[in-house]
Design a protein around this ligand. Structure first.
Ligand SMILES: [Zn+2]
Length: 133
């Protein structure tokens, strides 16, 4: 069952995007183990490499509040298409995801949402377990 609040908060967070260079707004909302939702938007920079994606902004927001486990994440970019997380964000999601089955909701609009799992969008992920081998 899709967490409607998670979807709405991602859509709402998109409005705070700081994207004067791409004009491509992205919003994200993450449900953590404290059962609270943390949001984020993309934050661009004149030095493009300093740009931070919405998903990572939201994840770092939750982590900085003491959380370590992502229960679900929702994101919205282009409202006319499904915008998936970039490779860097997929790697960061994998660091904190509760499991490979953690849900990732790709939102086009309030009524059109793709439900994916981490395993589906990032198979064979390099994780902290790989460092123990
Ligand atoms: Zn990203």
């Amino acid at each position: 069952m899709i967490n409607k609040e998670l979807i709405l908060k991602a859509i709402e967070a998109r409005e705070n995007a700081y994207c004067p260079y791409s004009n491509f707004k992205v919003g994200a909302a993450v449900l953590f183990e404290d059962d609270k939702i943390y949001t984020g938007c993309n934050i661009e920079n004149a030095s493009f490499g300093a740009t931070n994606c919405a998903e990572r902004t939201a994840i770092f927001n939750g982590i900085s509040h003491g959380n370590r486990l992502i229960k679900a994440i929702a994101l919205i970019g282009d409202p006319n298409a499904f915008t998936y997380p970039c490779g860097i964000c997929r790697q960061v999601i994998s660091e904190f995801a509760e499991s490979k089955d953690t849900k990732i909701y790709i939102i086009k609009n309030e009524n059109e949402i793709l439900e994916k799992t981490l395993e589906e969008i990032m198979p064979g992920t390099f994780t902290k377990e790989d460092l123990d081998k």
